[in-house]
Design a protein around this ligand. Structure first.
Ligand code: KG4
Ligand code: ZN
Length: 341
């Protein structure tokens, strides 16, 4: 079998997106289907785990079928099935993992359990079939992984080789966006709402703290969140409407500064050949601009459609495990809290 062009079916159901994708050679997207539950959870102001599992059950079969159909391939044309094993919501993960196991059993294909965070990193390798490939990230590579549940700074010396330099000591970057959005009366998910509100705001209106933890590659965002809360409480004493745009812009500026500065320092320290930014928060325009307008390091940030949860990234990470002969047996379980391996 030609491993280089291996075809991987990816399945993702760790949170509130049910997704499936077909990827060739680890990089080329033949299809990527995402059924989002965001609207359903918005009225609860966050993901409602029990509801999420039920929605995955309803959607997953059709999503996988559509991914295969759109790729004009069938299950027997695949070389392996890759599925998110964790981290994520246990009840949601199990839906994807069980379907992947059933499909693998029925087809005789190998199965690969993929770490969701690793998936986010591999989103930077992907491109749509028929389009020009983006430059391939070179090692050593520094990855800033910023999602709803994680904020990690990871040094990669090769494919699948992760050295965690640091991470958040409290809230994840996306979680901070979500919590501050709630404080400001903005809708879930908070990242896009804050970004939109910030458009018409002044990022210098409030000087929110940029926690600079010395001699560590860790982040901390709870002080920033509390500073926004205090300011909101102060401002609520007056009869004037809350200056939501200025608060959103000033908060966004503080969090982007903290992420950008620490990442740049680590990139210098470890003399990397490139910086990769991935995870839901990498969709943030202000964060993207900060990295794209520096010229010290090549930067790899996936297109917006691949920043938030999808299965193409899971299939891509799965491909690199596959060519490494790093397969799982059927006994593997979900791992709701699973750091980068
Ligand atoms: O990676 P992701 O889709 O799911 C997790 O693995 O957590 O990330 C979701 C997170 C949410 O916290 C959401 O508010 C944030 O990514 N996010 C953004 C933006 N779009 C999504 N944060 C800032 N700016 C955005 N444009
Ligand atoms: Zn994610």
């Amino acid at each position: 079998m030609d491993h280089k062009n291996a075809r991987i079916l990816g399945i993702e159901s760790s949170c509130d997106e049910t997704a499936a994708a077909v990827i060739i050679g680890g990089r080329v997207i033949e299809s990527s289907i995402i059924a989002s539950q965001i609207d359903l959870h918005a009225r609860f102001g966050g993901v409602f785990p029990e509801l999420a599992s039920r929605e995955h059950v309803k959607a997953i079969y059709t999503v996988v079928e559509e991914a295969l159909q759109q790729s004009h391939l069938s299950l027997i044309d695949m070389d392996a099935i890759a599925v998110t094993r964790g981290p994520g919501l246990a009840g949601s993960l199990v839906i994807g993992v069980n379907l992947a196991k059933a499909l693998a059993l029925a087809s005789g294909l190998p199965i690969i359990g993929v770490n969701h965070l690793e998936g986010h990193i591999y989103s930077a390798w992907l491109y749509q079939s028929g389009t020009t490939p983006p430059p391939e990230p070179q090692f050593p590579l520094l990855a800033l992984l910023v999602s709803g549940g994680h904020s990690e700074l990871v040094l990669m010396n090769d494919h699948l080789k992760y050295q965690r330099l640091g991470g958040t000591l409290d809230d994840a970057a996306g979680e901070a966006f979500d919590k501050v959005a709630r404080l400001l009366g903005l809708s879930y998910p908070g990242g896009p709402s804050i970004q939109e509100a910030a458009h018409s705001g002044n990022p210098k209106a409030y000087d929110f703290p940029r926690a600079r933890l010395k001699d560590t590659w860790n982040f901390s965002f709870s002080g920033l969140k509390t500073a926004v809360l205090r300011k909101v409480q102060d401002l609520q004493q007056s009869s004037r409407p809350l200056p939501v745009a200025d608060l959103a812009a000033s908060f966004q500026a503080a969090i982007v500064d903290a992420l950008f500065d620490k990442t740049m320092s680590a990139a210098e320290e470890f003399e990397v050949k490139g910086i990769l930014v991935a995870g839901g928060v990498s969709a943030n325009q202000s964060l993207r601009k900060a990295f794209m307008t520096q010229d010290q390091f090549p930067v790899h940030i996936p297109p917006l459609s691949l920043c938030t949860d999808n299965a193409a990234m899971i299939a891509s990470a799965g491909y690199y495990h596959f060519i490494n002969k790093d397969l799982d047996d059927f006994a593997f379980d979900v791992q709701p809290t699973w750091p980068l391996p």
